[in-house]
Design a protein around this ligand. Structure first.
Ligand code: NAP
Length: 350
């Protein structure tokens, strides 16, 4: 199919039309011709009827496409990549979205790993969202045999899905996700499993927020923990050791040590939040008063100015920074609109 300039669109094929595959298909349609296939005919029909894909094309008819994105569950990922390679050979790039990147090491073909750091606790095609990857980090993982132009192609795919590609080795990816992705799930499952279950009306937003991801698919997470076992065990050991330290401080009535440990954790979390905002695009730091409604006032002002906020972070320390609210924008134009609107309204902006 040709685009408006008369050029043929490159065909990207998605194998496995669940939450991630169908969301990616939605995000890529228009920029590429998106072919898709899944395990169940009902899912394929749904994808075609809802305009999630341009066409259904089974794996044995994928020869000649520019790129195949394998989005099957982790348990089927390696075999699906092998099955795809048997059809497309070295003619097409093969990438995946799997949450563990060591999994594809050593396979033949033009393979470049991928892992969009976005998801929900829901699964299946019904949970798909076009905007799922917007502003999310998309890990792009070259393997020893990957060609640099194929790595660039996968980065372009990530850009096209409005995500932010981050090139990272498989080893480093699997070590870091054990802390930043696997451990929060393990902790949420553990906390939910520890809760007694009586007088549930007492459970407030702190408990509900901290355990939200315990509703994620247990089969999926068992598979993630199994496939990234060593890294998960190391992260778990670190977490248990911190919990044990805190327990020891409490048991010993050492409240000064406990307070320091909590304050250190609190400060690390705030630094992380601010760094994420600063990383996420063009930033504007604005001084706001610590009072009810100040955040809403800034948000309304920016909405009126037409500046689209990508992310918001709150800094607790104003020293040497000149403001407490860090706003990030995806384009310099949005950042400039925001700066003008805030300055005109009398805010101190840097
Ligand atoms: P999902 O919603 O369960 O979707 C996977 C879909 O693949 C299923 O709905 C199934 O669709 C289809 N499928 C299963 N086996 C297949 C096979 N052998 N061949 C073709 N299609 C098959 O799972 P998901 O959350 O999208 O996860 C998919 C991949 O994304 C996983 O590798 C996961 O590690 C990765 N990932 C997940 C998240 C997350 O938060 N969920 C985030 C980032 C990456 P039908 O049976 O309906 O056809």
């Amino acid at each position: 199919m040709a685009d408006t300039s008369g050029q043929q669109k490159q065909v990207v094929a998605i194998v496995g039309l669940g939450l991630i595959g169908a969301s990616l298909a939605l995000a890529l349609r228009g920029k590429y011709r998106v072919a898709g296939c899944s395990r169940s005919r009902a899912t394929e029909r749904y994808a075609l009827e809802r305009g999630i894909v341009d066409e259904i094309r089974p794996v044995d008819r994928l020869k000649g496409v520019s790129c195949v994105v394998v989005c099957t569950p982790l348990s089927a990922l390696r075999d699906t990549v092998k099955q795809v390679y048997d059809i497309v050979g070295d003619e097409s790039i093969i990438t995946d979205v799997g949450s563990v990147k060591g999994l594809l090491c050593g396979l033949p073909g033009r393979i470049v790993g991928g892992h969009p750091m976005a998801g929900t606790e829901h699964s299946g095609i019904n949970a798909a969202k076009r905007h799922l990857f917007e502003n999310a980090v998309y890990c792009v993982v070259p393997y020893p045999q990957s060609r640099s132009q194929d790595v660039e192609f996968v980065k372009e795919l990530a850009h096209a899905a409005k995500a932010k590609p981050l090139e990272i080795s498989a080893e480093k990816h699997d070590r870091l996700v054990a802390y930043y992705s696997h451990m929060p799930h393990m902790a949420a499952y553990a906390l939910s499993g520890t809760a007694i279950g009586e007088d549930v009306s007492i459970a407030g937003s702190g408990f509900m927020d901290s355990t939200r991801i315990a509703c994620s698919d247990p089969d999926f997470w068992t598979e993630v923990f199994r496939l990234n076992r060593d890294n998960t065990l190391s992260a778990l050991d670190g977490y248990i050791s911190v919990l044990n330290d805190m327990r020891g401080m409490l048991a010993d009535n050492d409240y000064s040590a406990l307070n320091s440990a909590l304050a250190d954790a609190c400060s690390r979390r705030k630094t992380l939040a601010a760094a994420r905002v600063a990383d996420s695009g063009h930033t504007v730091t604005v001084d706001v008063l610590d009072e009810v409604g100040s955040l809403g006032a800034v948000a309304s002002l920016l909405a009126e100015s037409g500046a689209n906020i990508a992310n918001i972070g709150i800094l607790d320390s104003r020293e040497g920074i000149g403001g407490a609210l860090v706003l990030s924008f995806t384009t310099p134009r949005d950042a400039s609109l925001a700066r003008k609107a805030l300055t005109a309204a009398g805010y101190c902006v840097s």
